[in-house]
Structures are given as C-alpha cells and as structure tokens.
Write a protein that binds this ligand. Structure first.
Ligand code: HEM
Length: 460
C-alpha cells in the first residue's frame, strides 16, 4: 500500500530541522509533497503523517470515531511537567469527564465574571512600567495572563504563595521553551551531557518548588473548606467519581498545573503578537482605537467582546502565527483513506494549523497581516482553526479570546506606546508554542486621554 511521501534525509537530520525550524520545514514539505506528507521523527517508530487541507482537518479532528482516536498516551512529552493525571494525558471517558468538570468556569456567565479581574490586573501591570523606557512585551503579557489564570484556578493572585508560584512557573516555562529542552524530547541521551544535565536538574528543582506550593494550597483548602468559593480548585475538590471518591492531591496538582501552563503561556504569546501588529501597522491601530472609543469610557465587557474590528485583529493574529502550530496528535484505529492514501491502524497524524492558515487558496497573500479578511469573509471552523477541534479542542478557547480582547482594549484605550524597534519579528519555536524570534520591545509614552475620539498623550 503506498504511503504518503516525505523527506528522504536521515532521521536525525529531519529531527534537527523539526526542532530548530518547524515552520519553514513544513512549508518545504508542502512544496515537495503536497497536501499530505510524512516526517520521520523517531528512528524506532513509523513516520508521522501531517495534513492541513480543511477537509482532512475535519476528517481527522472531527471527534473520537471508530476510525480515529485522540489518545492521551501520545501526549507523553507533556508528562514531565503536567504529570500522569493531566487531562492532556487522559483518554476516553476519563478525559471527557475531566473536561466537563473544568469547562463551566471557562465559559458563559462564570467567565464574564472575570472581566473586572482582567481589567484590574492589566491596569496594575501596565502602570508598573516606567515612563519613556523600553519594556519586553511578552514579559508584561505573561504577567497579566499568569495572574488571571491564578485567579481562575485558585481564586487568588496576590499574597506570598501566589507571588512565589507565579515566579517559579515563569522560570519553568522560560527554561522549558528553550531549544535544548525540545531537543531533549527527541534525543533523550542529551540528558547525560554535562551542562544539559545541570540545566535539567535545576528545572526539576523548580518543578518541585512549584509542586510544594500547589500542595500547600490544596492542604490549606482541605483544612478550611469554603463552599462559597467558585474557583476551579474548589470545583475539582468537590467533584466525586462514579465510586464516590474525590480526586487525590496528585490528581488535583496535575490538573491545576495543566491549566496554569496551557492557559497562560499561549494567551500571553497571542497578546504579545497582537500588540506587535497593532503598533507595527498604524492604520490598524487607528481603526481599532476609533472602534473602541466609539464604545465610550469604561465600555461593557460584552460590547468589547463583540467589537467586529477587534475580533478581526485577534483572529488575524491567531491566523498568521498560530500559537499552537499543530493540533495534538490523533491515531488511526481502523484503516482510513485520507488525501488519496490508505492509512494503517496505528498511524499517528498531526493537523498542521500553521499550514492551514497559510494556504493561498483560503487566505490570499497569507504572509500579510490583514484583519479585513475576517470582516469580508466568514471562514469555516476547519479553515480557521487556532484552537483545534473535536475531542481535544482547546477548553480555554472562549476564555483566551475574552481575556485577549479585554486586555488589548484596556491597554490601547489607556496608554500610548510604540515599538522600540520596528524591524520585523518572525515566528520561532518556543518550546511547544510559536513565539517570537526576538523580544518585542516597546516604549511606554504615558496615559492616553480618550476624549471625543481624539488621541492625546499626557505624561504621568
Ligand atoms: C490563545 C490562546 C490559546 C491557544 C491558541 C490554544 C490552542 C490550543 C490547541 C491548538 C489545542 C489542541 C487542540 C486539538 O488538538 O484539537 C489546545 C488544547 C488545550 N488547551 Fe488551549 N489554547 C489557548 C489557550 C488556552 C487556555 C486559556 C486554556 C485554559 C484555561 C487552555 C487549555 C487547554 C487544554 C487543557 C488543552 C487540552 C485539551 C484536551 O486534552 O482535551 N488553552 N489549545
């Protein structure tokens, strides 16, 4: 049976290109092999299949079916940080149950209750920036999203334990996004190389510190239960399985870590990209400010959420450099036919979100940042797919978009800032997400006065 084609270079070279430049490598594979291709990323396993046409994305991601599954055991690379009990590593009914438990606070009315928290945190974080000085946009957006996640997950973002946990998590993720950490996934032997082994040891110490802080919080909650709390930890602690058993401390830790990690790094990167594009393209900023100012002072969070141009800017930000360049992997259960090839049971498939979003036939001039495309046309859920789809679709989808829009609206309406360096910033792998190839530096110029839709800068 003919299998989809891929590069014929030795496996180690394929891995190196995949680790260091995944996006150009995928684009090269499309040029050479078309809509479906393979990469050999493990010498002992069959090649992995990559697809990106909306039709194939729909077929592969649609849901757990009799042909395809979205099993947790394929997400082993996350285990070192998230633990065995993370929903990302669970499968089937257990996975569904965890999702249903965690979903409500991240949607609807419960989610909208976080509007004030997002506004307050954004205000506090931006106000810390010294006037006329350069700051790293990602550090600032990370500070915002981590505090927001801490509030959603634990119901607290201030206090000694919260501060310590935030700092430790930032250090863990900073190290985790370095390229040596990704290389370790493919070349585990590197763990014994001096230098890398020390970095690895330090990383494990940090993880132990974070664990201790999370366990201390769980312990305190067990000792002082408060039924009026609505944060995710309280929900998980109150939940019982079919046998009437509560979640153990380790299970709680793994799920909390998953939400903190998946929920803050991704949204922080997206906000940083949006601020870059908005300040790089003056006409985009002007249009956005006109729309936001037309909502009046202190606009309602649902008015901001529904603003068409802000939505278009956020969508275009997530399209051009999708923070998650791939979906989580799916596996063939019974033989299926995909893009003209018959795939055998056991074949692992990734949907390439990056490639879907860069298809010329869906998005003309795909390398150009053009929010208008989202005003002029409505894309199907498999053409615009930054949060994946089906059984593993991002559970933070609504929350991330809500937070992104509110934080951006608050920053743009409240402060004047400009890029300190107008050179192009390109996408680069940062761990398992698509980050920036250099820091986006901006200068804080002062508060912006929003009066009769004019732009006026005053110094503070
Ligand atoms: C801009 C921000 C974000 C982006 C672009 C993003 C993207 C993604 C993608 C592409 C997936 C894989 C989907 C699939 O395989 O079909 C995913 C899964 C996931 N995301 Fe997000 N995400 C974001 C924010 C968040 C937030 C805020 C949270 C939590 C509050 C979160 C929690 C998760 C979890 C737990 C999963 C795994 C779901 C499962 O295994 O069932 N993400 N995300």
């Amino acid at each position: 049976m003919p299998q989809p084609k891929g590069p014929t270079t030795p496996t180690n070279l394929q891995i190196l290109r995949w680790v260091f430049s995944p996006m150009p490598y995928m684009e090269e594979c499309v040029k050479n092999h078309g809509d479906i291709f393979t990469l050999k990323l493990n010498p002992n396993l069959p090649p992995i299949v990559f697809v990106h046409t909306p039709e194939a994305m729909q077929e592969v991601l649609n849901n757990d079916t009799k042909e395809l599954e979205a099993p947790g055991d394929l997400n082993e690379p996350f285990k070192y940080l998230l633990g065995n009990n993370s929903m990302i590593l669970l499968s089937g009914a257990q996975h569904q149950r965890q999702r249903q438990l965690i979903m409500p606070p991240l949607h609807g009315e419960r989610m909208r209750n976080y509007a004030d928290v997002i506004n307050d945190i954004t205000e506090k974080v931006i106000n810390k920036q010294p006037l006329n000085q350069t700051f790293n946009v990602r550090t600032v957006s990370q500070d915002i999203t981590l505090r927001v996640m801490m509030q959603a997950v634990f119901g607290l973002y201030e206090g000694e334990r919260a501060e310590k946990l935030q700092q430790t998590l930032c250090e863990i993720l900073e190290t985790g996004s370095q390229v040596w950490r990704v290389a370790l996934l493919y070349f585990p032997g590197l763990q014994n190389v001096i230098g890398i082994s020390q970095l690895w040891k330090k990383q494990q110490q940090r993880q132990n510190q974070a664990d201790q802080l999370i366990y201390a919080e769980i312990q305190e909650r067990r000792e002082n239960p408060d039924p009026s709390r609505t944060d995710i930890l309280s929900l998980l602690m109150a939940a019982r399985d079919e046998a009437g058993e509560p979640m153990s401390d380790v299970e709680l830790r793994d799920e909390l870590m998953t939400l903190l990690v998946a929920g803050h790094e991704t949204t922080a990167t997206a906000i940083a990209w949006a601020l870059y594009w908005i300040h790089k393209l003056p006409e985009v900023r002007q249009k956005l400010l006109a729309e936001l100012d037309s909502l009046g002072e202190n606009p309602d969070s649902s008015a901001i959420f529904k603003s068409p141009y802000l939505t278009a800017v956020c969508n275009e930000t997530l399209r051009i450099y999708p923070v998650g360049m791939l979906t989580l992997p799916r596996r063939v259960k019974t033989p299926i036919s995909l893009c003209g090839y018959d795939l055998e049971p056991g074949t692992v498939i990734y949907g390439s979100i990056y490639l879907t979003h860069h298809r010329e036939d869906i998005y003309p001039n795909p390398k150009q940042f053009n929010p208008e495309r989202f005003i002029e046309k409505q894309f199907s859920p498999y053409q615009f797919i930054p949060f994946g789809a089906g059984a593993r679709r991002c559970i933070g989808l609504a929350f991330a978009q809500f937070e992104m829009k509110l934080a951006l609206a608050k920053i743009l309406q409240g402060w004047e800032m400009e890029l300190a360096d107008t050179r192009e910033v390109k996408p680069k792998r940062r761990g398992l997400v698509t980050g920036q190839d250099k820091p986006i530096q901006m200068i804080y110029l002062g508060r912006r006065q929003q009066q009769s839709r004019t732009l006026e800068t005053i110094t503070v």
